[in-house]
Ligand binder design. Structure first.
Ligand code: SF4
Length: 441
């Protein structure tokens, strides 16, 4: 039986779940939709890059493609309904931005193209985009099979033509936004795909040579019973999924779903039911050989998402496209989410930005704790304590005391010199992270 609500993440969709830019990046401190860009990323990125040794150049790249077929009711991601009238302009602009960023990048080890619904982009534009990437960036690690190149895919948009283009461009992993295999629950979420197309998309991807696949699911949908969720998990396993992202539905402000909730059109899932679903997920997937390696992510050994691990381990990454957020040398920035601004404001290819946070050791430390504790590998005690002490004198003692208390109540364990959440602790990961971060105060 559950002790508390299941862990929640910001989003649970093809567009996000496998690229947790929200938890780590895209939604960090982002609450300024009205803010207009005042500068571009050019100066800050050049300053950040100048401070890095060549060997430290970013090896990860996130690209945001904002188009969607329609707006799903639970979604608060930056996406616009695609009328296909701006795809060409967008692709050209994106290529200019990628060209501008390329000199700052190192040999890329991970690329993630998310959205939106990236696979809505017309195949010829995909060809142009991938050609430009291959021309401007060193993809040798990815092409040699040592790196990871993921694209999010809506099940309806999968086609042999598109997948062939993706494979030729170096893509070796797709992330499919299934969300549910139950038509009624898909309807509640206002997802309009046919669940049978998930298996078809995976088969097409495999046939094209895309070896790695991930599937996204959402649980705690209104009206969903434990048995329904179990059926979703079984369907996902039956199609031989090697990586699953399973998120509890969240009610973000200013979404249609939240408005419907506030109008009492439905009731949200009971907290205990939600926690039971989370526990069932862990147990069932573990039995199937998919281990939880992050609070909401499960994979066969070696099939973890390397791109997301780069975020969670606080490595640097470049970002391109409207609303994309990047992190280089302690600087964080966010591109404008407005497509009009993105298209029209072009500073030597660099994108207009609406936010920039300069390096801040305390913020970095908080993020390290927040993201690290959510991983199965947990936090390396000596490293995190030493870093915390440098940021805030006395923090080591407070951190150790807080961790000791969480160990005592069974939420944390000590393993191999690391603090690691227990199964019970994973259910309260946000709370544990928050307590540990308080030690920096
Ligand atoms: S509207 Fe739907 S498909 Fe588009 S980004 Fe949001 S959740 Fe993803």
């Amino acid at each position: 039986m559950a002790m508390s609500g299941a862990p929640r993440l910001a989003c649970a969709d093809a567009c996000w779940s496998d690229h947790p830019q929200d938890a780590m990046t895209n939604n960090i401190a982002i609450s300024l939709p009205e803010q207009r860009p005042r500068q571009t990323a050019r100066r800050l990125l050049r300053a950040a890059a100048d401070a890095l040794a060549p060997s430290q150049a970013p090896r990860s790249l996130y690209i945001h493609i904002p188009f969607c077929a329609h707006k799903c009711h639970y979604c608060d991601f930056y996406s616009i309904v695609d009328r296909q009238d701006r795809q060409r302009a967008f692709a050209d602009r994106l290529i200019r931005e990628l060209d501008a960023l390329a000199p700052i990048a190192g040999r890329l080890e991970t690329i993630f193209i998310g959205g939106g619904t990236p696979t809505l982009l017309a195949p010829p534009l995909w060809r142009d985009l991938l050609t430009a990437l291959g021309r401007a960036y060193d993809l040798s690690e990815i092409r040699a099979g040592r790196g990871e190149f993921s694209v999010e895919c809506n099940p309806e948009t999968a086609s042999p033509e598109l997948f062939d283009i993706l494979v030729n461009g170096g893509v070796n992993r797709i992330s499919i936004g299934a969300q549910s295999f139950n038509q009624a629950h898909l309807q509640t979420l206002e997802r309009r795909h046919n669940p049978d197309n998930v298996a078809r998309a995976l088969e097409l991807a495999r046939a094209s040579g895309i070896e790695r696949q991930s599937v996204d699911l959402i649980f705690a949908v209104p009206g969903q019973e434990l048995e329904d969720w179990q059926a979703d998990l079984e369907r996902a396993l039956a199609i031989d999924t090697e990586h699953l992202s399973c998120y509890a539905l969240t009610y973000e402000p200013n979404t249609a779903m939240t408005a419907r909730l506030e109008r009492y059109e439905f009731t949200r899932a009971d907290e205990d039911l939600e926690a039971d679903m989370y526990e069932l997920t862990l147990e069932r997937l573990r039995r199937a050989g998919l281990e939880r390696y992050e609070v909401s992510n499960y994979a066969r050994p070696g099939r973890e998402c390397a791109h997301n691990m780069a975020y969670w381990r606080q490595q640097d990454w470049l970002a391109a496209g409207p609303s994309a957020s990047g992190h280089v040398g302690g600087h964080r920035w966010k591109n404008t989410p407005r497509l009009d601004d993105y298209l029209s404001l072009d500073d030597g290819g660099f994108a207009p930005i609406i936010e920039h946070e300069p390096p801040d050791a305390r913020r970095a430390m908080r993020e390290q704790i927040m993201t690290g504790i959510r991983l199965r590998e947990g936090l390396e005690i000596e490293r995190v304590c030493a870093a915390a002490e440098r940021v805030a004198p006395g923090a080591r003692r407070r951190l150790e005391a807080s961790a000791a208390w969480h160990v005592q109540v069974g939420l944390l364990s000590v393993s191999g010199g690391r603090w690691v959440l227990t199964d019970g602790g994973f259910l309260m990961g946000d709370r544990v992270a928050s307590d540990l971060m308080d030690a920096l105060a």
